[in-house]
Write a protein that binds this ligand. Structure first.
Ligand code: BGC
Length: 725
């Protein structure tokens, strides 16, 4: 175990500040609409409703500025020459924080409001008071619904402003390279497309009220050594796997700010990484906002950081203080760099109208019934049913007379880690309370322990079914705290084994931030669901899924492997590591390894059929878009929601390509018996790879296989298209 003083100090310092397709679905085009209506008419009387639908897409946002950009630039042109060097440098650092709020300096003389930052990705930080605790990012990713995420972003934006902040330090969009990453729960999974679509949703919602800060730029997916680790990564992997979602946040959602990561990438700390901050983010992507460093130990230098493009040192000036003034005076930093940074900071403040619409504290907007209601809606939509043999679920209240609810976690509020993303709602519905709330005539027997007594055993044996709640807690995973193992604790595994012997109808409810190894016990139980860290209303949502009031519809945004050996290496507290191109489903696909539960997998209480896959034009030029439509039918007896997925494979590519890449998805509600025609639209350019030799994206003129279906491992429909010069 590495107990080096640096690591321990870093952890201590860190804790000081915790008081703790394209959804590819476009709006309906006229022709499609007419066709859809005609088909619907033809189908009247045939018992099937038939619609062409486009997945709900987050509301578009035109440019960075909410008000005319030219006015803002003119105002900055006027201000900059009137500011002293000291005043300008003062804007480039935080001023420490209190009560969960992290301000930067305001300038009353010049009418500059300053920024007030607050965490974070699952709701407003506990340090700022009570707030709505939503399911964690990973749970929300399991909804595969960017428009739902937009509503979450909006609610968190409203609460941020109503609690006194104007920048929300979210969303976290780092790739889940390995499920042992402590902050897995904060992000949207392992795939750049899902990460990007969900981030765009969140940002658009939040930025109706405050600025968002997408984090942590970049390649930040190991936490124990996050302040020191040097990640070596080749340019193609960086561009194709670790950056596309940041680019979506910048170019599609016009994110207000970007937080640089703690770690090094290819030998340079992210806050002084010219390639990332200057070359890619600002020059190539045209990012117009500011970059702030991650917190303690997030900024490492004065001159290299400013020259690389870091605009704000958080949370207080250690390097961006007199040293920066001296560096300008000595000529080590041209004043033009300071002006450029201050321009970005001012642009953000004026463009987002922070001067004319300051935060207004309003407790009635925080943890409001609308927001806790949304937390419940999202929790319902985020629970993934992983196994359901012999239709063990749902539990029929008219048949199940008694239900044992077992496990310490059954009666524990378990909503995520205690790091910067911690949220403190005024109540948490535990699974036990939720089941009690929804049990109706069912007699619930509470056994909230991991170690059974003889009396408990008798109760479990006597019940018609048993629900065992197990999983991870904040001590197992979180910020600066990577997981030590992928399985449950041996105590919990033993508990499942014991209950499954006592009761044939044992249902396991898992909680946690990412994949859990289930091999030790999966065959012993008929049903398993992944509830993640489900937010303050989670217990109600779990109960509703158990009793069938809600038909589960979520799917895994990550792969659940059978063994840790199937994943990329995740050494213990590494100070240096090389990231390869492959992780998650792409790695398992490449190695021909069967996952326990595939990426994109999730069951429901109904069945869906995919049919009639059609591409509008099978031969395309690079400038065109691939248009794919497919029918999805709910063949079961109850209403549900299906997440359809589109993957593309490559025939005869000049470079190594994944077996398949997710390129589109859509979440669609379907009544019993209903068929909807889904249409995906994907610019051919999105099929490009990053050609390192010419430093450019290259779209190959080759054949591409398009596959559609319910999960990465179940793609019943397939067709080919060709891209020609
Ligand atoms: C975390 C950030 C967080 C910041 C402020 C850092 O340690 O990495 O995600 O926003 O603290 O709390």
């Amino acid at each position: 175990m590495d107990n080096s003083p640096t690591l321990t100090t870093a952890r201590f310092l860190h804790h000081l500040h915790w008081p703790g397709v394209r959804t590819l679905m476009r709006p309906l085009r006229g022709v499609d609409l007419v066709a859809g209506l005609l088909t619907a008419l033809l189908c009247v009387g045939c018992g099937v409703s038939y619609d062409e639908v486009a997945a709900p897409e987050p509301t578009p946002q035109a440019g960075y500025c909410r008000i005319p950009a030219a006015e803002v630039e003119a105002r900055i042109d006027d201000l900059l020459p009137r500011m002293t060097l000291e005043e300008k440098v003062a804007m480039m650092a935080g001023t420490s924080g209190a009560d969960g709020m992290w301000p930067t300096s305001r300038n009353d003389r010049l009418g500059i409001p300053g920024l007030i930052m607050v965490d974070g990705p699952r709701g407003v930080s506990a340090a700022a008071g009570h707030a709505t605790a939503f399911p964690v990012g990973m749970a929300r990713a399991a909804t595969w619904d960017p428009s739902l995420e937009e509503r979450v972003g909006e609610a968190i934006g409203i609460e941020t402003r109503a609690m006194g902040g104007n920048v929300i330090l979210a969303p976290t969009v780092n790739v889940l390279r390995h499920p042992r990453w402590g902050r897995a729960q904060e992000t949207y999974g392992e795939d750049p497309l899902v990460l990007g679509r969900m981030a765009v949703g969140f940002i658009r919602g939040a930025q109706r009220h405050v600025l968002a800060s997408v984090k942590h730029f970049a390649v930040n997916s190991i936490d124990d050594t996050r302040n020191f680790i040097d990640v070596t990564i080749d340019e193609r992997t960086l561009r194709e796997i670790y950056l596309p979602h940041f680019r979506a946040a910048v170019q599609e959602a016009q994110v207000g700010s970007v937080m640089s990561a703690y770690n090094m990438v290819n030998g340079q700390y992210c806050a002084e990484n010219t390639h990332l901050l200057h070359d890619i983010l600002k020059e190539e992507w045209g990012f117009e906002g500011f970059v702030e460093s991650d917190w303690h130990l997030g900024t490492r230098s004065t001159v290299p950081s400013v020259l690389a493009g870091l605009d704000i040192e958080m949370p207080k000036p250690i390097y961006f203080d007199e040293r920066l003034i001296a560096a300008v005076e000595s000529g080590a930093v041209p004043e033009a760099n300071i002006d450029a940074a201050v321009r970005r900071i001012l642009r953000a403040q004026f463009c987002f109208e922070l001067d004319t619409k300051p935060p207004q504290k309003d407790p009635t907007l925080v943890e409001s019934p609308e927001h806790t209601g949304l937390a419940l809606e999202v929790a319902r939509r985020s629970i993934v049913l992983l196994k359901n043999d012999a239709a063990s679920l749902p539990l029929d209240r008219s048949r199940v007379r008694s239900l044992a609810v077992v496990g310490k976690l059954a009666d524990q509020g378990n909503i995520g880690d205690n790091g910067s993303s911690r949220v403190d709602p005024s109540y948490i519905v535990t699974p036990l309370q939720g089941i009690q709330n929804h049990a109706g005539p069912v007699n619930m027997v509470a056994v909230p322990t991991d170690v059974l007594s003889d009396e408990d055993r008798a109760a479990v044996r006597a019940a018609d079914a048993a629900v065992v709640v197990v999983g991870l807690v904040a001590a197992d995973e979180g910020e600066a705290n990577d997981r030590e193992r992928l399985g449950l604790s041996s105590k919990q595994e033993q508990l499942i084994a014991e209950v499954s012997v006592l009761n044939d109808r044992t249902i396991v409810v898992l909680e946690g931030g990412s994949a859990i190894l289930v091999e030790a016990w999966i065959d012993a139980v008929p049903a398993v669901m992944m509830a993640w860290y489900p937010g303050q209303e989670g217990g109600n949502a779990i109960a509703e899924v158990l009793f069938g009031d809600v038909n589960p519809s979520a799917k895994l945004p990550i792969v659940f492997p059978r063994a840790e050996a199937d994943l990329p290496p995740f050494p213990y507290r590494p100070l240096a590591i090389t990231y390869g191109y492959y992780h998650g489903y792409r790695l398992l696909d490449r190695n021909g390894t069967k996952p326990r539960f595939p990426f994109g997998f999730g069951l429901g209480y109904t069945e869906y059929r995919y049919s009639n896959l059609e591409v509008a034009r099978p031969v395309l030029s690079r400038e065109e878009s691939l248009r794919v439509s497919v029918d999805v039918t709910n063949t079961g007896a109850r209403a549900g929601r299906e997440i359809a997925q589109l993957y593309v494979s490559y025939r005869g590519s000049a470079v190594d390509r994944p077996v398949k890449d997710l390129r589109g998805f859509a979440s669609v509600p379907l009544a019993a018996g209903e068929t909807k025609r889904l249409s995906f639209e994907l610019p051919v350019k999105d099929l490009a790879y990053y050609d390192v030799d010419v430093a450019r994206w290259t779209t190959e003129a080759i054949r591409y296989v398009v596959q559609v279906g319910p999960s990465s491992a179940d793609l019943p429909l397939s067709t080919e298209i060709e891209v020609r010069d």
